[in-house]
Write a protein that binds this ligand. Structure first.
Ligand SMILES: Nc1ncnc2c1ncn2[C@@H]1O[C@H](COP(=O)(O)OP(=O)(O)O)[C@@H](O)[C@H]1O
Ligand SMILES: CC(=O)OP(=O)(O)O
Ligand SMILES: [Mg+2]
Length: 402
């Protein structure tokens, strides 16, 4: 039983081929710089070795064709025929209010995803291109859409509405949707399995902090609030995204800098956050290195970054009526011990006691990092969005698999 998972971004395609009998990864890699100069496919061989294949990959359809060709190739491949792939699961970023769970892709589903393009103009079009390419090259293979927004569809209206005229919600669907749902769902469940406690009875906060980042409050197994909004720019300070900003600032900058809506969107999404504040990088490893060298703006960026996460944890503890489990995940959450330590400082009043020594020793593996006396259990759980997509895909098309 083989399932191909695809994550089609605006200029990239990530893929993983799973053998679901034993959950092994048969092939993985990604294409970067689609439509740009110097596009390439990078794949990781089963022995861990990385291979770069250059190629002129002008658009997503060609990218998918290239990936399928590599999977079939004698040199780097692992299948003999595309028919060996039983199903394809896609990460689809925005499902609007139409999807609260993963679904089998049909013409009707494609139409509904198209209707969500206005809400995610950067994300949904490449997702659709991936779906269409697979339909063309593998017309008989079932495809499943797994939405970033689906897990958050349980948020109550008073959490997802903005304080704007109600008619804007009715006309355009302007409300908070939240993202990274596949990750928040996976790590919260894994944390409960790890601790051997019932998922439906916990007050959990999950902090998915990678290049993009969001914090989610989960009560009795359901997302009740999350820090991203209608788009993935709200909430935390991220690698290149601003997170929460006074909306008055936006119109002020537009006037002063003569920026169009597109210009200000680029500013908020690509040139803000840790990169914009530090002037150094969006990568937290480079921020840590700059701090070592005494860079004051890098220090400020790091402080702001950690402070914002802590602030969300505080407010979500209030709406949950207390906290049982705090989970860190994502590239930063899994690896950057200093952020976990700063975020968890002076939280004893909540019953949260981080074991500093344990914390400092944990990178990219499942572990409990709170003291045994801590009422709040703090965990690191590496996320696995691809495996979750593969599982959803298997569940949905399972009956079709030979
Ligand atoms: N060892 C590390 N220490 C600190 N930060 C790290 C480390 N490894 C990765 N990161 C951070 O994680 C980010 C990538 O996280 P990831 O969750 O993979 O992002 P995304 O899926 O959003 O592309 C990098 O930009 C970097 O800031
Ligand atoms: C939806 C989204 O923001 O994803 P990422 O943070 O992975 O870019
Ligand atoms: Mg990510």
């Amino acid at each position: 039983m083989k399932i191909l998972v695809l994550n089609c971004g605006s200029s990239s395609i990530k893929y993983k081929l799973f053998d679901m009998e034993n959950h092994s990864v048969l092939a993985q890699g990604g294409i970067e710089k689609i439509g740009l100069k110097g596009s390439f496919l990078k794949l990781t061989l089963p022995n861990g070795q990385k291979v770069m294949l250059e190629g002129e990959i002008l658009e997503h359809r060609i990218g998918i064709e290239y990936i399928l060709g590599v999977l079939l190739s004698d040199k780097y491949g692992c299948i003999r025929s595309l028919e060996e792939i039983d199903a394809v699961g896609h990460r689809v970023v925005h499902g609007g209010e139409k999807f609260n769970k993963s679904v089998l892709i049909t013409d009707e589903v494609i139409e509904m995803v198209k209707e969500c393009i206005d809400l995610a103009p950067l994300h949904n079009p490449p997702n659709l291109k991936g779906i269409n390419a697979i339909a063309e090259f593998m017309p008989k293979t079932p495809q499943v859409a797994v939405f970033d927004t689906a897990f958050h569809q349980t948020m109550p209206d008073y959490a997802y509405m903005y304080g704007l005229p109600y008619s804007l919600y009715e006309k355009y669907g302007i409300r908070r949707y939240g993202f990274h749902g596949t990750s928040h769902r996976y790590v919260s469940r894994r944390a409960c399995e790890f601790l051997n406690v019932p998922y439906e009875e916990q007050r959990i906060i999950t902090a998915h902090i990678g290049n993009g980042g969001s914090v989610t409050a989960i009560k009795n197994g359901k997302s009740i609030d999350t820090s991203m909004g209608m788009t993935p720019v709200e909430g935390l300070i991220m690698g290149t995204r601003s997170g929460d900003v006074d909306p008055g600032v936006i119109t002020y900058i537009m006037d002063k800098e003569h920026l169009s809506s597109q210009g200000v969107s680029r500013l908020l999404n690509k040139f803000s956050g840790v990169l914009g504040i530090s002037g150094v990088s969006s990568d937290m490893r480079e921020i840590e290195a700059a701090i070592e060298q005494g860079n004051e703006r890098a220090k400020l960026a790091m402080r702001m970054y950690n402070y914002r996460i802590k602030k969300y944890i505080g407010s979500y503890t209030a709406i949950l009526g207390g906290l049982d489990i705090l989970v860190f995940t994502g590239g930063v959450g899994e690896n950057q011990t200093s952020t976990r330590s700063e975020v968890c400082k002076n939280m004893e009043y909540l019953g949260l006691e981080l074991d500093e020594e344990l914390n400092a020793s944990v990178r990219a593996k499942e572990a409990l990092i709170s003291k045994s006396t801590s009422k709040v259990k703090v965990l690191v759980i590496p996320t696995n969005e691809e495996l979750t997509i593969a599982h959803d895909t298997l569940e949905i098309v399972g009956w079709k698999i030979k």
